[in-house]
Write a protein that binds this ligand. Structure first.
Ligand code: 5U1
Length: 673
């Protein structure tokens, strides 16, 4: 037996590691870094290697077994794992609430409202606090024993965090693969010739049904609990929400976006909230679940054949649909990139009719082997451009041909180029290609660039086709007659466009730089360039080395900027624009300005009305703040704009102060005065 001090140290390490896992997965409030956690873990691992008798089954080192399984044992659920009834719109939800009110005799019912995770349902059995079995839902009556795989999921405790564990507790919930983990896994799979997963749900299911737990251990899985099955020696609860709170104290993760709501209106508000933040979450949800919160009422309502009468899933409109590829065209982008686009038989996806889907680039079309005539699954998530997820192979008609990239630009007929090692094919004609020229102009007038309201995409196309715009400076030479003579334009609209053009002459240096459309110079880089050099001449004359002194500007971007300003055509356009009266306020030296937010960690979320996210970020940095992407206990403040999502929810949960746009504008104003 090892020295008692060593035994104590192993025990302390196990306790500390479990406590840190609880803080990380349940409270979402880690107090040590990942590196520090790894250091403690390695110390325990080394002790256990030297003294194997110290190993306990619930040690954090014991998550992976050493042998692949031969197959999965069948597990019969003591209490069936039911599925949920669905509603798909507000009327159906209202009708469901009405029925619950009639059956309970209540005027208004309290519901537990929860995100509906798109993962794999699982049952975890704890006996005297130890995880003894994990099983898939299967057909609801019999599932598969996936204990060895589930033990590798760090979010699932191997032992409950209590000195008085219940004799038997069955926790039910969903195993998910976070989107970030899914992307990273697929990237790894591509690089190592392994099979990629079509979506995070398949990835979670595939990983759990993996016969080699060592492989599951490498998959980034997580877990949220949502109900209790077998319960022996469990405290008495009146409400479902109390059960979920109790789970948290036991170290079992519960979704932080769960809420208790009242009545139909409360459910509807929650549904809309989840719909508005679903794209910001790091995991897929396909709807929300409402459960009658009072457990006695749940019992009263009982069960229909396959699902409880006390719960319902309100599903989001489907984000995937099946359709046919009519044609594959190519589109020319602003910087000459050639993007293949699938023209589709129109289909409704997530409530919107989709007719086109981006195919990204030649390699992507080849990899997915998308052909004209194929039946394909298309996906649309939020504002993201629809894309083809995969081909339905069984439905491929005879005689289809693999896609080949055209040799020439469909707009200007230049021979296309694909530099070695790059995925993108390009038209080398630059602004002499009409397509690139139109795109460059659309970018120039766009909201984050020169912000010329009323000069939209259609109008730009008309003006170029009519020969009225040969370079961006021509915008400032347009007159009322030229505009009013165009189709669908009257005198009044022409006047409004001219006013907007005039107004745009007073801009900022970052906007002007961004408007120029230099390759890989987005809003943030434009801000950094302006802040670093203070004036346009300094940027125009900067060497590649000097450009690389700017935050976020590496050798490639520096080259793009350097060559852009050495191009005689670009020099002429810039000079003409300045001659037309484009100007901006001088950027003051801010060295000795007060920095009221010095040292503060601030997170921005949602959209602001008066400025873009990157403008707000720069303004905060100028006030001395550090702007970070995620909310933690180290965050000093969250600035929330419109449609703020999970970051706001997390700030509220952690008690981090939340400020609004008005407050930010005040800080900027005060620092100026
Ligand atoms: N959030 C949540 N998801 N979900 C799925 N709650 C929930 N409840 C379920 C299912 C299948 O079943 C209840 C019958 C417990």
């Amino acid at each position: 037996m090892p020295d008692p001090q060593i035994t104590q140290r192993a025990e302390a390490l196990r306790k500390a590691l479990n406590e840190h896992a609880y803080r990380y997965y349940v409270l979402d409030e880690p107090v040590i870094s990942d590196a520090e956690y790894d250091r403690l873990y390695r110390e325990l691992e080394q002790l256990e290697q030297r003294y194997p008798e110290l190993i306990t089954p619930d040690s954090p080192t014991q998550r992976v077994g050493d042998k692949p399984l031969e197959g999965f044992k069948q597990v019969r659920h003591e209490i069936p794992m039911l599925s949920l009834g669905n509603v798909f719109d507000e009327d159906e939800l209202r009708a469901w609430d009405k029925r619950v009110r009639e059956l309970t005799g209540l005027e208004e019912v309290e519901y537990s409202a929860e995100p509906k995770l798109d993962g794999l349902a699982i049952s975890l059995m704890y006996e005297n606090g130890q995880l003894v079995q994990a099983a898939t839902r299967g057909d609801g009556t019999t599932g598969e024993d996936v204990t060895a795989n589930v033990r590798t999921i760090k979010a699932i405790p191997l032992r409950l965090r209590t000195d008085k564990p219940p004799a038997r507790l069955e926790v039910r919930g969903e195993v998910i693969m976070p989107r970030s983990g899914f992307e990273a896994y697929n990237q790894w799979a591509r690089e190592h010739g392994e099979k990629e997963f079509a979506n995070p749900r398949n990835a979670a299911a595939g990983s759990l049904r993996q016969l080699d737990p060592r492989k599951t251990a490498g998959r980034p899985l997580s877990f949220f609990a949502y109900s209790m099955g077998v319960a022996e020696g469990v405290p008495d609860f009146n409400k479902h929400s109390q059960v979920l709170e109790w789970f948290k104290t036991l170290g079992i993760p519960v979704n932080p976006l769960n809420r208790v709501v009242k009545g139909y209106q409360g459910m509807l508000d929650y549904y809309r909230w989840m719909q508005s933040i679903r794209d910001d979450l790091d995991y897929d949800i396909d709807g929300v679940v409402f459960k009658v919160n009072d457990l006695a009422l749940q019992e009263k309502l009982g069960y229909a054949t396959k699902s409880p009468r006390w719960a319902i899933a309100h599903k989001f409109p489907a984000e995937e649909a099946t359709t046919t590829v009519w044609a594959i065209d190519v589109q020319v982008g602003r910087t000459g990139s050639i993007t293949p686009v699938a023209r589709l038989e129109p289909v409704k996806v997530g409530g919107v009719t989709v007719t086109n889907a981006t195919l990204h680039n030649e390699d992507e079309v080849r990899r997915k082997d998308i052909r004209v005539g194929d039946t394909v699954i298309v996906r649309r998530a939020g504002d993201v451009i629809p894309e083809v997820v995969r081909v339905v192979g069984e439905k491929r008609p005879e005689g289809t041909q693999p896609f080949t990239m055209p040799q020439r630009c469909p707009v200007c007929d230049s021979v296309l180029e694909r530099p070695e090692g790059e995925a993108v094919t390009r038209c080398p004609a630059g602004l002499s290609c009409d397509a690139q020229f139109k795109e460059a102009l659309k970018h120039f007038v766009s909201r984050k660039a020169m912000d010329i309201e009323g000069l939209g995409e259609k109008l730009i196309e008309q003006l170029v086709d009519a020969g009225l715009l040969k370079n961006p400076a021509d915008i400032y030479r347009l007159n009322k007659e030229q505009l009013a003579n165009l189709e669908r334009m009257g005198e009044k609209s022409a006047e409004n466009v001219l006013k907007a053009i005039e107004k745009s002459k007073y801009t900022t240096l970052p906007r002007f730089l961004y408007a120029l459309g230099i390759r890989e110079v987005g809003e943030a880089t434009s801000q950094n360039l302006a802040r670093h050099f203070k004036n346009l001449d300094a940027i125009r004359n900067a060497s590649i080395d000097e450009l690389q002194q700017v935050p976020d500007v590496g050798p490639v971007v520096a080259e793009h900027i350097y060559h852009f300003f050495r191009n005689p055509k670009n020099q002429r356009v810039i000079d003409e624009l300045l001659a037309q009266g484009i100007h901006w306020p001088e950027i003051p030296d801010d060295e000795d300005k007060p920095k009221p937010l010095a040292g503060k960690n601030i997170v921005l979320t949602g959209s602001l009305a008066s400025m873009s996210r990157s403008e707000a970020k720069s303004a905060l940095q100028a006030l001395g703040a550090k702007v970070t992407g995620s909310v933690s206990k180290n965050t000093d403040m969250v600035i929330a704009g419109d449609k703020a999502g999970s970051k706001l929810a997390k700030a509220e949960q952690l008690g981090v102060p939340v400020k609004d746009e008005h407050w930010l504008l005040e800080q900027i104003q005060q620092a100026r005065s």
